[in-house]
Design a protein around this ligand. Sequence first.
Ligand SMILES: Cc1cc2nc3c(=O)[nH]c(=O)nc-3n(C[C@H](O)[C@H](O)[C@H](O)COP(=O)(O)O)c2cc1C
Length: 167
Amino acid sequence: MPFTVISPNEITSNPFSMLHQQWALVTARSPQGANPMTVSWGGVGIIWNKPVATIYIRPQRYTHQLLEEEDTFTISFYPESCRDALKLCGSKSGREMDKAAAAGLTPVEQDGFCFYEEAELVLCCKKIYKDTIKPEGFLSPDIAGNYPAKDYHDIYLGEIVQVLKKA
Ligand SMILES: Cc1cc2nc3c(=O)[nH]c(=O)nc-3n(C[C@H](O)[C@H](O)[C@H](O)COP(=O)(O)O)c2cc1C
């Protein structure tokens, strides 16, 4: 296995560019194995004295259904050479196809966490909190424009229980 365990404190990449420019895959276990979904919104930080990752998932995603069924998920980051794979995982649904196979990603399962061999960095997360974005909470007038279909994101906080870095 070409990954080593590091502490969250040893992550040196910029969290803004890692998500917004590099993108990431949120992967949850599925009856077929695992399903990768591209995300570019999210964050990492500390709450309740735990290192956490936050993801925002719209209710119509297959990933949303899987996250409701599973206790864990991963957030994994890839080199630029995987951009086409991430584009596919952000435009097709795992309800229709085995996205990992179509994208040429190699599934790995380690300690119950699903991710892909091509990853550079993997955050292994245990769900600890969920809430739903509520329009009555919008304090800036430009936010509602993200929801013409009123498909407000669910927020999942995952405790980062392990960080894996490509050796
Ligand atoms: C760059 C990029 C970022 C995305 N970020 C998110 C996100 O943060 N949350 C979300 O719900 N969907 C996001 N999406 C859309 C999903 O990746 C897309 O709808 C995907 O096909 C859902 O797959 P699934 O049905 O297999 O879960 C993003 C798509 C792209 C291309």
